[in-house]
Ligand binder design. Structure first.
Ligand code: SF4
Length: 501
């Protein structure tokens, strides 16, 4: 799709226009110089001081569409904020034009960010009433009523399971990245290295990780900073041996502060082919009972097509094994829109899920991330249309409601099929607290290990900054001391050191 944006030379508008275009068309080329195009859009921006009026016209062949919107700017005295409102207004007018042209209603309106629920939390934290917040989401962002209700139900649910959510800024959560997997899946962009018997590399990595845990644990103890949740992800944290897991958790128990009051420890056991009775016993030994076992799909051909070298039966068998070994909070992930899957396969996956009834179910919609094998060879994989993806999502929404699951976190990604979302559902009281913490950005998340991203949140201002550990084990092994020191330095700046602890 080639779109000519006529007469708009201000480069600051290019990005929002591009983001809105991408919501509607798979491959869009925005042209700012006159050239042959499928659609031409032009805008008149009238800055009237206390308000801005933007009018737009789109022409495609013999069809012409018009849209306009006036935004009151009196509440925005800071130039940066004021300009943001003008950009949003332009995005809104452009969205209206494209909605009319394509007949597609964007459920999320002009929102292209990853965390819509955080936006609603912020409005409520700033003192807005629910009604005023909903009005703003509806009128300014053009979000549909259905999505606003979804956002509100998630906010309510999160505040029910974490009543002190807005007061946890002086605690932190910890993410521990184990970058190994038995093989690499086709859609994967995580730091995941096929192990292939390279034990030396695993040993050195674990040495670095133990060091990071010890140093960070010492710092947290000295500074009186509590840990809210811990999450082991990767890769697949259960790729390492039972003995290695045992040593790792033993070290965590020794070096992290006030371990018995950590609200939740989760270990992703994503790939069923890594789960053994010995490893489950190790998890149980340390009272780690929240794990994730990820079928992704219950159709065998799909698993083969995406490079997951395990069978559907193995997933089911490992689920029962985990139950037998005392795992009483199991999450499962499904992905909508995997190659060659449609409504029928989704219905099958949900019917199989019903036989297991995991405590939580995360329903992802496939996103084409630039680096994955699947995106680079997009033509080789046949994926569902926008309509069918939406029908599959509808099935998941209905199935979860009927079976007693409620949505408790949500996020969106770029290039996600059908511009949909990923939603975590949980049975009563089984929500993953870590998922809420990472999504709503109410506290610092320290990332330890390979590919672990730290997200620092200033406890006073709420400002977010990032710091990443390296993604490959070699660079990590060479530099883990430096990365540990850096994190402690940043923590010190943000939290200071309390003398009386
Ligand atoms: S199991 Fe997960 S982390 Fe490992 S390769 Fe597959 S998608 Fe990536």
């Amino acid at each position: 799709m080639r779109i000519y944006i006529k007469g708009n030379q201000d480069e600051r508008f290019h990005r929002p226009l591009r983001l809105i275009s991408n919501l509607f068309f798979e491959e869009t080329e925005l042209l700012f110089e006159e050239d042959e195009a499928d659609l031409t859009a032009s805008f008149v921006i009238e800055d009237r001081g206390p308000s801005v009026l933007i009018s737009g016209i789109a022409e495609a062949g013999s069809r012409t569409y018009t849209a306009s919107h006036e935004k009151d700017l009196t509440a925005f005295s800071i130039e940066k904020e004021r300009f943001k409102q003008i950009k949003n207004t332009l995005a809104r007018v452009y969205l209206m034009l494209l909605q009319e042209h394509t007949g597609i209603i964007q459920q999320w309106g002009i929102l292209t960010g990853m965390r819509p629920v955080k936006l609603l939390h912020k409005m409520l934290q700033d003192g807005m009433t629910k009604e005023a917040a909903h009005h703003k989401l509806r009128e300014e962002y053009l979000i549909t009523e259905q999505k606003i209700q979804l956002m509100q139900s998630i906010v309510d649910r999160q505040l029910k399971v974490i009543p002190d959510l807005y007061d946890l800024g002086r605690e932190i959560s910890i993410y521990i990245g184990i970058p190994f997997c038995p093989t690499k899946c086709a859609y994967c962009t995580f730091p995941a290295f096929a192990m292939n018997g390279k034990q030396g590399r695993v040993d050195s990595f674990l040495g670095g990780l133990h060091y990071e845990m010890e140093e960070i644990g010492k710092y947290l103890k000295e500074s009186g900073i509590k840990i809210t949740t811990v999450y082991y992800g990767g890769g697949t944290p259960t790729s390492i041996s039972a003995e290695e897991m045992d040593m790792l958790y033993e070290r965590m128990m020794e070096v992290f502060p006030d371990v018995k009051n950590i609200r939740e420890v989760t270990v992703e056991a994503g790939r069923p082919d890594t789960i053994t009775p010995e490893k489950l016993d190790v998890l149980k030994k340390y009272s780690i009972d929240r794990i994730s076992i990820n079928p992704q799909s219950y159709t065998q051909e799909t698993l083969k097509a995406i490079g997951r070298h395990h069978t559907v039966e193995e997933t089911i068998e490992k689920f029962h094994l985990a139950r037998k070994h005392g795992m009483n909070n199991i999450n499962m992930d499904l992905i909508i829109g995997l190659p060659n899957e449609g409504v029928e396969e989704m219905a099958h996956s949900l019917a199989e899920t019903e036989k297991l009834m995991p405590e939580s179910l995360t329903v992802h919609t496939l996103s084409f991330k630039r680096a994955s094998e699947m995106t680079q060879n997009k033509k080789r994989y046949k994926v569902a249309s926008r309509e069918e993806t939406s029908d599959m999502m509808g099935l998941a929404v209905d199935w979860t409601a009927i079976n007693g699951y409620e949505p408790y976190y949500l996020y969106r990604q770029k290039n996600i099929l059908g511009n949909l979302e990923n939603v975590g559902y949980a049975l009563e009281g089984q929500d993953s607290l870590y998922n809420i913490m990472i999504m709503e950005e109410q506290q610092t998340i320290l990332g330890l290990g390979c590919g672990a991203a730290s997200k620092f949140r200033d406890p006073e201002t709420g400002k977010i900054s990032h710091f990443n550990n390296p993604k490959d084990p070699k660079s990590y092994n060479d530099g883990y001391k430096h990365y540990t020191e850096e994190k402690i330095r940043i923590m010190n700046e943000l939290f200071g050191v309390k003398e009386d602890v």
